[in-house]
Each structure stands twice: as C-alpha cells, then as structure tokens.
Design a binder for this molecule. Structure first.
Ligand SMILES: N[C@@H](CCC(=O)N[C@@H](CS)C(=O)NCC(=O)O)C(=O)O
Length: 215
C-alpha cells in the first residue's frame, strides 16, 4: 500500500505529502531537484512527460500527475480519512471550485515567475513578465481572501479541514507570498498557520520551508 512521490522541497509535492500524512499512508519520497532542472531529465520525463513535479505512483503502479487530480484521487481512495466532503455535497463543490482555481489559474503564473525565459525572446523582458505574473497571482489570492474565506475560519469550510486548505496554504507561500500574504491577506495567513499547526502537517510544512517571513 506504499505510494511513491516524486517532488522537491518547496514544490507542489508538499501538499501531496501532507495529504498522505493526514491519511497515514506510507510513502517513498523520491527527490527531483528543480535546482539543476532534474525534472527535465529524460529518465524523469519517461514518468512525467511534462517534466514537472509532483508525480504520484499509486500502489498498483498507476502514474498520477497534476496536483488537483492527485489530491482528488487520494480522497477517492481514502474516503474514511475525510479529506474532502462527500460526493454530491455543496461543501465538496466549494472545495473543488477553489482548488481548481488555484491549480488551474494561479499555478501557471508560478511557471512564468520561475521560468520567464520560456515565454519571451528578449531577456530584458523577464522582469516585467515576472512582475506581471506576481501581480496576477496576487489578484487570485485577493479573490480567495475576499470571496472564498468568508466564513468563521480558520479553514475554507470553517473548522472542517479539507484538501483545498493544503492547496491554499502552500500556494499562498509562492510568488513571494511568504512575505506578502501576512500583511495583505489575513484570512489566508490564518488558514496557513492552522495547516502548519496540524500534527500530521507540521514537520512537512517546516521541511518545505513554508513558514511566513513578514517584512
Ligand atoms: N499542472 C501541474 C503543474 C506542476 C508544476 O508546475 N510544478 C512545478 C514545481 S511546483 C515544476 O515542476 N516546475 C518545473 C518546470 O516547470 O520545469 C500540476 O498541477 O501539478
């Protein structure tokens, strides 16, 4: 019943690791250092042709890529862990809506910020591309702050933790968020702190260096 997770510290493998820890499932962690572009190596691309992390190999050998698909699959396979509200419920619809927004809309801005050279011919344009990616990412975080986290908190669904909290918490640290979020999005910051304090998540949160660094 062991999962194999390919990832790197500070990357999208963090929320997958935390989800597996919440389940209590054994995991074999395989490091793919983004520093040095090991994700683009031919042997890794045979597993994940996009050259990205995370990649999760299910115990039966099925290869899973794409953070949202990985997390929903873990919920499918471990319903007793209560990682998402039940299928058909409005609470699950809310959780999936915001998870999809962050993985589908925010994540691509991270790629522009991390690898601007992929999107431009003239290196002189890199700074303006990165600035624009950061601002567009911040617009999405403001949306989460103002339109998703309208309840009593600290989590998206109030005091009921779900997988979307792992996604909001982790992605809120990116694009300079460890410095920016605490002063601009207090509800997201409270959610991140609540995730960081969860017994199953705390050590993983620390190892992925996700702690806030307010300016
Ligand atoms: N659509 C993918 C995006 C994954 C992604 O962009 N991961 C980043 C790290 S957090 C990555 O591997 N970047 C390396 C690259 O683009 O070369 C997902 O949802 O999992």
């Amino acid at each position: 019943m062991t999962y194999v997770l390919y990832g790197d510290e500070g990357s999208g493998s963090g929320p997958v690791e935390m989800a597996l820890a919440e389940i209590g499932a054994p995991v074999d962690l395989r490091s793919v250092p983004l520093q040095g572009d090991h994700q683009l190596a031919a042997d890794y691309r045979r597993i994940n042709p996009m050259g990205r992390v995370p990649t999760l190999i299910l115990p039966d050998g099925t290869v899973m890529t794409e953070l949202i698909a990985i997390l929903v699959t873990l919920d499918d396979r471990h319903r007793d862990a209560g990682l998402l509200p039940p299928p058909g419920s409005s609470a699950r619809a809310v959780a999936l809506r915001w998870m999809a927004l962050l993985t589908g809309e925010f994540y691509p801005h991270v790629t522009r910020w991390d690898y601007p050279e992929r999107f431009i011919d003239d290196p002189a344009q890199a700074k303006s591309l990165r600035d624009r990616a950061q601002e567009m990412g911040r617009e999405i975080m403001r949306l989460v702050e103002e339109q998703a986290l309208t309840g009593p908190g600290p989590y998206l669904l109030g005091d009921r933790f779900c997988l979307t909290d792992l996604v909001i918490a982790t992605l809120s640290r990116w694009l300079g968020g460890r410095q920016w979020i605490p002063g601009h999005c207090p509800r997201i910051e409270a959610l991140a702190q609540a995730v960081a304090a969860r017994p199953a998540c705390a050590a993983i949160w620390a190892r992925h260096r996700l702690a806030s660094q307010p300016t």
